[in-house]
Design a protein around this ligand. Sequence first.
Ligand code: HEC
Ligand code: HEC
Length: 302
Amino acid sequence: MNDFVNQFWNWYVILLVLLGILACGVLLWSQDAAPASSKVDTTGHVWDETLEEYNNPLPKWWMWLFYVTVIFSLIYCFLYPTLGSYQGLLGWSSTGQLAKEVAKADEQTKPLYEKYRKMDFKALAADKEGNETGKRLYLTYCMQCHGADGRGSKGFPNLTDNDWLWGGQPEQIVETISNGRVGMMPSHAHLGAETIKDLANYVRSLSGLPADSVRVAKGHEAFATAGCTGCHGVDAKGNQALGAPNLTDKIWLYGSSEATIIETITKGRNNQMPAWKEFLGDDKVHVLTAYVLSLGTAPGSN
Ligand code: HEC
Ligand code: HEC
C-alpha cells in the first residue's frame, strides 16, 4: 500500500473494510429488531402439498455470536495492519515475524555450527551428525540443480566424481559455493561447419570414442590454431582457473555425441553456479563443503 503516490487507494481500502463490517452489523440488527409475534408466521412457501416454511426469528444466542464476530473484526482491524497502510497498534508484520523466527532458529543452531566450524573438513565429513546436517542443507539448497544424489545432469556438474571444473581442493570448493562460478565457453561459429566437425571428432577421439581419423588429424591442428588450447590447454586437460573442462577424461558436462559437441563449439556455453555466501553464511558453506567432499569418497562414486 505504501507504494501508491496518493492516498486514494489507502482510503478506498479503509472505507471498503469498515463499511463492509458495518453493513454486517446493520443487517444483523435489522433482523434482530423484527418483532417476535405470538402468532408464528409462515413465509407462504408450500412444498409437497403440506410442507410450509416458518418465519421464526433467529435464536438470540446465535445472533450474539454474530455480533461478537463483528466486534472481534473491528478490534482486529485496529490491532493488525488491515486498514490500508495503517500499521496496526501491535506493530506486527509478516517480514518482522519471519525475521524473528529466523533469528530464533539461528540462535538455537549457533552452538552446533560453531562446533562444526572448528572441525576440519575430513573430521566433519566423518562425523555422522555433521554429515547429516550437510545433507539436509544440500537437499534444501542444491538438489534442484545437482540432483538428490549429487550426480548432476546435463549442464549441472556431477559432484560425486573426482573430476572438477573449478577444482576439488577444500578451499576451491569453499570458493565455488561462497562466490559462485561462471563457466564461459565462447561461440566459435566463425570457424565454419567443416572445421567444427573436425574439432568435434578430435575431441571425441581424446576420450577414446569412435571418430573419423582424417578429421581427427585436422581437428588436432585446428585445436591449436583456433585458440582452444588457450583455455583447455595444449594437452586438452582443461584449466581449473577458468572452469574449462578436461576434454580427455570421458566425463561430459553436456554430452559426448558429435552433435552435442558441435553445438557446444558452434554456439558456446554459458553456465552459472549461484553464490551462497550472503544467503547461507560462512558456517553453512563450511558444512556444505564437507558434505560435497564426502560425496566423492562414497563407495563406488568414482
Ligand atoms: C541454479 C542451479 C544451481 C544450484 C541451486 C546450485 N548449483 Fe552448484 N553449480 C551449478 C552449475 C551450473 C555449475 C557449473 C558451473 C560451470 O559450468 O562452470 C555448478 C558448479 C558447482 C560446483 C563446482 C563443480 C566443479 O566441477 O568444479 C560445486 C562444488 C557446486 N556447484 C556445489 C553446489 C552446492 C553445494 C550447492 C548448494 C548450496 C549448489 N551447488 C547449488 C548450478 C547450481
Ligand atoms: C575462453 C575459454 C575457452 C575457449 C577459447 C574454448 N573453450 Fe571450450 N569450454 C570453456 C569452458 C569454460 C567450458 C565449460 C562451459 C560450462 O561450464 O558450461 C567449455 C566447454 C567445452 C566443451 C564441453 C565439454 C563437456 O564436458 O561437455 C567442449 C567440447 C569444448 N569446450 C571444446 C572447445 C573447443 C573445441 C574449443 C576451440 C574451438 C574451445 N572449447 C574453446 C572454455 C573455453
